[in-house]
Design a binder for this molecule. Sequence first.
Ligand code: ZN
Length: 275
Amino acid sequence: MTTTPVSAPSLILPFDIKNRLDLYVDSVSGEISGLGEISYYPKENWLCVSQLHLIEQESSGTETELKPEALQQFLAAYLTGKGDPIKLRFHWHSHGNMGVFWSATDAKFCAGWNAPWFVALVANKKREYLARLEIREPFPMTLPITVLVEPYYDEALAGQIAAEVKEKVKEKVYPISHVQRHWDFATNQWILEEKKPDRDAFDIEVQELVKDFVEKNGRNPTKKERKEIRQRVKNWSGNGETRGNVDQEWVDAMEREFKTERGYPYEDDASWCGI
Ligand SMILES: [Zn+2]
């Protein structure tokens, strides 16, 4: 069996429209209905609701009736107010606390609306929405369509928050030497944690290198050589974010020590630094 793909447009409820619709729905104990404007976006295949209109009506628990005079009055005012009747292709109504479905009254209403096409929507207090696209020409057709609600997003608020955070929050950037990583066997994942700069460890490293130097050269390092040794430790510990000028033998020895001390599977530099 083959199926024929259908690409019906989706009905888009922008968040401000959706909010307005929900407020109308919540404002009465029973049903309420109205009209609205729709724009079609061919690229996205979207039917987007751009305006809601409320018309004088009598609302009851199970139905709402648009009075013909009220409708005519609305249309006259709409047209003189530069409304675009081409866009007036949306009918919405609420089922109050009941579910969303198409009742016989709804079907009758849709059949009676004389327009080449329009969209009808039923909503309720549970924030459920059901929509159908009615096409009249060249032949009548009723197509169920998906309702997509735009998530709430306040652009002005987003801008304010971004500016406030930029002013008050500094994101901490850890230099390589200040982040260490260990394997957590309980959760089976790498844990990154800050390693506090260790002044004592730094001095001990320098002292040891000085001792090595003395053993190797039979004399104390000069002021310049001592400075080089300090720089070497500094580089190794990452303050310069490089290990470029540290002698390889010493690096290898330290890495072997790290491997056994911390007991994690050694991978490579970049991976254990987590950077
Ligand atoms: Zn209904």
